[in-house]
Design a protein around this ligand. Structure first.
Ligand SMILES: [Fe+2]
Length: 449
């Protein structure tokens, strides 16, 4: 909420505080930012022009403070209702948001409404959305869904995407995210290829990212602090190789993390490295081979992923081996998507996919090969639930992370079909900084580069 994007208009916010309560008047909003356009110059497809999308940078906000705000132009008059939000607590080893909601692959379905209702009742201070936001790309411009796009438009070289779904989704989410800060990372459904090879247009226009503040030159990867947690948001559908810009940025960002201020290091990206479902099995292996060692060397504690439409929690793992210093991987691609739920496991008889069919076209070539060691050595899949998979279940839901102190955090997964307070899966995640030696780079040394 206090972040910005490259299309931000100059700050038009006046902030006044009295007895610990602050007011922000945002406006008048003028159309300095262009609307976003989505162009499909092919017969039978419709173009789309959004309304004006404003981003306002609020500066000078105090930590852990309740702000009331209105947006609009009082001269018309056209002001919004009064909303409020609370800023994150100050960074420090004893300072954490109480509850962080984590959800992926939301969409806008009956399942989504249950997920968001359940999530809202858990009263989060921050929401993380791990990609696949609206699924607009699975709807035609006549507003209906299409399971066979090429049947509907056999002569269109690219697939249209029904942009009003983004507006529907925004209106549906307004009740929650007008009050609770949300941070998002892109999924494959945000690619939305359109004319002139443009991609991610709606995603990059509709959300504001602290890219500039975190030294990133891209909306596709960035980082931020929330109390004593440093979050790293990574892009899986852009270059992640060691010679690329994202990797160089990641090296620098990790080197800058001060674990005495932010003991917890949490990374997120959309497609999971450690999923045992048949759907998308080992699909992001090329990304894992490039980045896992670097994240491990800096002691990432938790990884959140989406993409696979089910829930799974890993044991601490590194390079497919159980490792007490590896991250816990939590896959929460079960937010409510328009597609089907993942129910088959790759380790069940007949469900192991042919390796050549597993790569995603946007991620890269065939990197997943037969395991070289362990109980599945010489095979592409295990013949039982892999030991790195601790718990898996095909239900819609969401998770809540509660960091208690610098070494203990409680993770809880809630199923949609359960009563609000019934727990689907729960575990304490315990950091062991005395046992897991984290690579540290002296700040002064970095500054000299
Ligand atoms: Fe996805």
């Amino acid at each position: 909420m206090a972040s910005s994007s490259s299309s931000s208009v100059p700050a038009l916010a006046a902030i006044t505080c009295l007895v610990g309560v602050c007011w922000v008047a945002i406006g008048p909003l003028r159309p300095e930012s262009p609307p976003l356009w989505t162009l499909y110059p092919f017969e039978g497809l419709q173009n789309y022009t959004s309304g004006i999308i404003h981003h306002v940078r609020l500066t000078g906000l105090k930590p852990n403070t309740l702000y009331f705000y209105r947006c609009g132009d009082p001269s018309i008059p056209a002001m919004s209702e009064i909303y409020h939000f609370r800023t994150m607590p100050v960074s420090g080893p004893w300072s954490y948001p109480k509850r962080i909601a984590v959800v992926g692959d939301l969409g806008l379905t009956y399942n989504t409404t249950t997920t968001i209702s359940h999530l809202t009742s858990n009263d989060p201070d921050l929401v993380l959305l791990i990609g696949d936001v609206t699924y607009a790309n699975l709807y035609l411009t006549n507003g209906t869904g299409s399971d066979c796009y090429s049947c509907s438009f056999p002569h269109s070289p690219i697939q249209e995407t029904y942009q009003p779904r983004w507006d529907y989704w925004g209106r549906f989410m307004e009740n929650l995210i007008s009050k609770v800060p949300i941070m998002v990372i892109e999924g494959n459904h945000e690619i939305e290829e359109q004319a002139e090879n443009k991609t991610f247009v709606a995603y990059s226009s509709r959300f504001a990212f602290p890219s500039e503040e975190s030294g990133s030159s891209s909306t596709f990867y960035y980082s931020f602090n929330a109390g004593g947690i440093h979050f790293i948001m990574l892009g899986a559908y852009i270059d992640f190789t060691r010679s690329g810009k994202q990797y160089k940025w990641l090296e620098q960002d990790l080197a800058n993390v001060d674990r005495s201020t932010t003991p917890w290091l949490v990374a997120t990206w959309h497609p999971p490295w450690y999923s045992t479902y048949h759907a998308h099995y080992r699909e992001a292996e090329c990304m894992r081979l490039e980045m896992e060692e670097l994240l491990y060397s800096y002691g990432v504690d938790i990884v959140f992923n989406g993409h696979v439409h089910a829930y799974e929690r890993s044991n601490r793992v590194y390079n497919y081996n159980l490792d007490p210093c590896g991250p816990v991987y939590l896959t929460v691609g079960d937010g409510g998507n328009r597609e089907k739920m993942a129910v088959k496991y790759a380790d069940e008889p007949g469900n192991c996919p042919e390796p050549s069919t597993t790569p995603d076209e946007y991620i890269g070539g065939i990197c997943a090969k037969n395991f070289t060691s362990g109980p599945a050595a010489g095979k592409f899949c295990w013949d039982r639930q892999p030991d790195y998979s601790a718990f898996r279940e095909s239900s819609f839901g969401h998770g809540i992370l509660e960091v208690k102190n610098e070494t203990w955090a409680l993770w809880t997964w809630y199923r949609n079909q359960d009563a609000d307070n019934k727990v689907g899966d729960q575990i304490y995640i315990v950091r062991q900084p005395d046992k897991c030696h984290v690579r540290q780079v002296l700040k002064s040394w970095i500054d000299d580069i």
